[in-house]
Design a protein around this ligand. Structure first.
Ligand code: CA
Length: 224
């Protein structure tokens, strides 16, 4: 799990970084909005921890910018303000959860874990994207009543993309999800899987599209 921590107070930042690292998370740190925006744009984060009072502005202003680019990374907002109006403002801007300072590290970690367990738009073992519905238990994709005829690898690709819907999924992560170390993998094997999956989703009128960035990764978006 990879977390982007946006916090300007050095003591708070190092305490949170230490707690996250202890729990085996990879942490990148930005001390202001300017750096946070640049780093977040790289994608690949499982969560964003965002302080509101930053030297160059209100942390909340970052969220709509990310969402406008299709970046749906879950956001935990930290603030010293914590009254109802502030909470509503944060949630309205697209924050996923809100934690008022001071807080216990245990609560911080618990909230963050809850956010990361919740793939975008997932309420249960099923996820809907466009007209597509995916069952994580039976590992079955369907459009309406029709179950799509996908290979095992296509299912694995789709599952990995859906778990991070709207976010760029790096090639390395997809490769790990789809191929074992023992597989002899051609350089374009992943791209072949993705193309086939994309074609099947389009043919089934699934209402989703898979976009790729050469050498970087793929992301799945809703088109309807
Ligand atoms: Ca601050």
């Amino acid at each position: 799990m990879r977390v982007l921590l946006v916090e300007d107070e050095p003591e708070m930042a190092s305490a949170l970084r230490a707690a996250l690292t202890r729990h085996d998370m990879i942490v990148d740190h930005a001390p202001n909005l300017f750096e946070a925006e640049a780093i977040a744009a790289l994608g690949g984060y499982d969560a964003l921890v965002l302080d509101r009072q930053l030297p160059d502005g209100d942390g909340l202003t970052l969220i709509p910018k990310l969402r406008a680019r299709g970046n749906l990374v879950p956001v935990l907002v930290l603030t010293v303000r914590g009254d109802v109006a502030d909470r509503v403002a944060g949630l309205d801007r697209g924050a996923d959860d809100y934690l008022a300072k001071p807080f216990a590290l245990e609560e911080f970690l618990a909230r963050l874990r809850a956010l990361m367990r919740r793939p975008a738009n997932v309420q249960s073992d099923k996820v809907r994207a466009g007209r597509l519905s995916f069952d994580f238990v039976n590992r079955e994709a369907s459009v309406g009543d029709v179950v799509l005829d996908l290979t095992r690898r296509e299912i694995l690709v789709l599952e990995a993309l859906l778990r991070r819907m709207g976010r760029m999924v790096p090639r390395a992560l997809l490769m790990e999800a789809v191929f074992s170390l023992d597989d002899e993998v051609q350089p374009n094997a992943l791209d072949t899987q993705v193309s086939r999956l994309r074609r099947k989703l389009t043919e089934a009128d699934g209402g989703v599209t898979i976009n790729g960035v050469r050498g970087v990764g793929y992301l799945l978006r809703e088109t309807q």
